[in-house]
Design a protein around this ligand. Structure first.
Ligand code: FES
Length: 225
């Protein structure tokens, strides 16, 4: 005869209800786990925002971050197309970095061309990074009709920095602590083509790492080709 329940058989064990303290521990662990997952997600997103896209690593010196190992050589103009005091705009050495090339009409430091008056500079102001405009001698910037350029200059309307483009973009007014980086130009005498082949110090605004080699400063952009 089968033993009836409660007779000679071990009573079925029922799990003990969780104590308040173990419930608290469980909840605490779950919250901690969730926070770790969220933190991991944020870290991944942050890394993606900071790191350059993989396609930017073609000239990389390693570590997954683009460093400009050498300046590219790219054609930016032709002598026959340049007119006096009419700027030509081009990006160099990265797609994101604007520069200005202009025939000044007076011989300039490191100028090229038949008259030694064609120069090019970064167009990003060394003060706080605004884009300055070219002002021919005697002209006034759009932001200040009372100012008259004493010669061919770059004039920054943000805070009034003035760069003398005949003297390597030396600062002749306003708060800029440094001159503008000059683009090194090369002229092909047989075709008239003008090439950008490098940049002289100081480093383009926003990239200064304190390195003595400014090509080491230029990290994270898309090199022009
Ligand atoms: Fe150019 Fe301040 S950003 S003068």
């Amino acid at each position: 005869m089968a033993a009836s329940e409660g007779e000679g058989s071990k009573p079925e064990e029922k799990p003990e209800p969780a104590s308040p303290s173990s419930r608290r521990a469980f909840v605490t662990n779950m919250v901690t786990f969730s926070l770790l997952l969220v933190a991991g997600g944020v870290a991944s997103v942050t890394k993606a925002l900071i790191s350059p896209p993989a396609s930017d690593t073609s000239n990389s010196s390693g570590g997954g971050v683009t460093t400009l190992a050498s300046f590219p050589k790219v054609q930016v103009a032709n002598v026959a197309d340049i007119q006096l005091n009419q700027p030509v705009f081009f990006n160099y050495p990265f797609e994101e970095q604007p520069n200005i090339l202009v025939k000044l009409g007076v011989k300039a430091e490191n100028g090229i061309g038949p008259d030694g008056d064609i120069v090019a500079f970064s167009q990003i102001c060394q003060h706080l990074g605004c884009i300055y405009s070219f002002q021919a001698a005697g002209s006034s910037p759009s932001c200040d009709a009372t100012y008259q350029a004493p010669g061919p200059v770059g004039y920054c309307c943000c805070h009034g920095s003035v760069f003398d483009l005949t003297e390597g973009a030396a600062v002749i007014g306003g708060p800029s602590p440094r001159p503008e980086p000059q683009v090194i130009l090369e002229l092909d005498g047989s075709t008239g083509n003008i090439y950008a082949v490098g940049m002289a110090p100081p480093t383009v605004f926003g990239f200064d790492t304190g390195s003595s080699d400014i090509s080491n400063d230029l990290v994270g952009g898309t090199p022009v080709t």
